[in-house]
Ligand binder design. Structure first.
Ligand SMILES: [Zn+2]
Length: 388
């Protein structure tokens, strides 16, 4: 049995490596792949045939270097498939259309309040229809990946617990029916962890927490290179770590949860209260210079106290080699990085400050991570075909 699993893993790894090679080199022959990856020629041929069948690669004549026997030259075709990513937040809805390479074809962000909005599914469908208007290759779209802040049941396509939305047990299958495309639901932080993997090509870590700070706070946890979801997909509910006994009341029923102090909403609220403002946006905290004032610095001091407490606890539990903070705050890391690192690495167990990083992609990684989900199935199909 273990042998079987290993073989499958080996096949996945080979397909991944070949795919990685072709997406980097654009033009290639089978021999070049075999030589540079050390994968046997018959295996490479098998993979290449499968990719060619799906039009992921196209024959482009013959290689000029090879004088003895002409070798077929192939070209990578990233526009063979497309995918849609959706990010549903309490205060916004984002769409992205990407090709197989992850290149952005189109993107849009709609600002809207979804709190308690029972009709959010219908709204998504209507907006997605207009987003796709004019796109010529709709039949090449493989599916729709959806990142939601909350607990999702992907099998039954249900948003189970959307604490921040105050939405529970909401069926999202209508999206699948409307577009006749498979849909994939994923918690926002987990989608962010996947996006980070794809975008951050230099990421060499095996054990990672991707901390997503949005209107809620969550953590996508990767252990031994596998996304860890837990018994009922509730792993990584980092935002509900208790950081203050008898603290602020949270929508989850507890008090003193981390996201009541560190989410974007909590931070905005704190600034509004201390500066006597209303309708402040997250970006305005910085663009209006509020973050640079003495009062602003005090707010961030408290913010990093709580965030550091949470990160320390994750490190003590999982001994990770990388913790990546994503979300809009990552774009303003200079306001918190130094003090956060001092507070996280103030103990004798964890000293390497480079464990902690800020995402280079701000609040984009979960959107693109969602868009990559349908491609995953495409590759699983290839592996299944290869095993036959
Ligand atoms: Zn809570």
């Amino acid at each position: 049995m273990e042998d079987l699993i290993y073989q499958k893993k080996e096949k996945i790894r080979n397909i991944n490596r070949v795919y990685w090679f072709i997406s980097q080199n654009k033009f290639f022959t089978k021999k070049e792949i075999s030589d540079s990856l050390g994968i046997s020629f018959p295996t490479v041929t098998k993979i290449i045939n499968l990719l060619a069948e799906k039009q992921i690669i196209i024959e482009k004549g013959y290689s000029e270097n090879n004088t003895k026997r002409k070798a077929i030259l192939y070209e990578y075709n990233p526009n063979s498939f497309y995918s849609i990513g959706i990010k549903l937040e309490v205060s916004s809805l984002s769409f992205i259309l990407i090709n197989l390479n992850g290149d952005e074809i189109k993107k849009t962000v709609i600002v809207k309040d979804f709190f308690n909005d029972e009709n959010f599914v219908l709204y998504i469908i209507e907006e997605l229809k207009s987003f796709l208007k004019g796109f010529q290759f709709k039949d090449l779209i493989t599916g729709i990946g959806i990142s939601v802040s909350g607990i999702v049941d992907n099998k039954n396509k249900i948003l189970k617990i959307g604490t921040n939305f105050h939405l529970f047990e909401k069926d999202m299958k209508e999206i699948k029916n409307s577009f006749q495309l498979p849909i994939y639901l994923m918690n926002e932080a987990n989608a962010g962890a996947i996006g980070e993997f794809f975008l951050n090509k230099t990421l060499n870590s095996q054990n990672i927490a991707f901390i997503s700070i949005e209107s809620g706070v969550g953590a996508g946890i990767v252990l031994d290179e596998n996304l860890y979801k837990g018994h009922s997909s509730k792993a990584g509910e980092f935002g509900h770590f208790t950081v203050e006994n008898n603290g602020r009341k949270c929508n989850c029923g507890n008090s003193g949860c981390l996201e009541m102090y560190c989410s974007n909403r909590a931070l905005i609220k704190e600034f509004e209260e201390k500066f006597n403002l209303s309708n402040l946006s997250f970006v305005e905290i910085f663009s209006k210079g509020l973050a640079d004032t003495e009062k602003g610095k005090e707010i961030f001091e408290k913010y990093t106290d709580y965030l550091a407490l949470g990160i320390r606890n994750i490190l003590f539990l999982l001994d990770l080699d990388k913790v990546i903070i994503g979300g809009l705050i990552a774009n303003y890391n200079k306001y918190i990085e130094k003090s956060l690192k001092q507070k996280v690495f103030n103990n004798i167990f964890f000293k390497e400050e480079n464990i902690l990083e800020f995402s280079k992609y701000g609040d984009f990684s979960n959107l693109i991570g969602a868009a990559f989900l349908p491609f995953n199935d495409l590759f699983i199909n290839l592996v299944t075909k290869m095993a036959k």
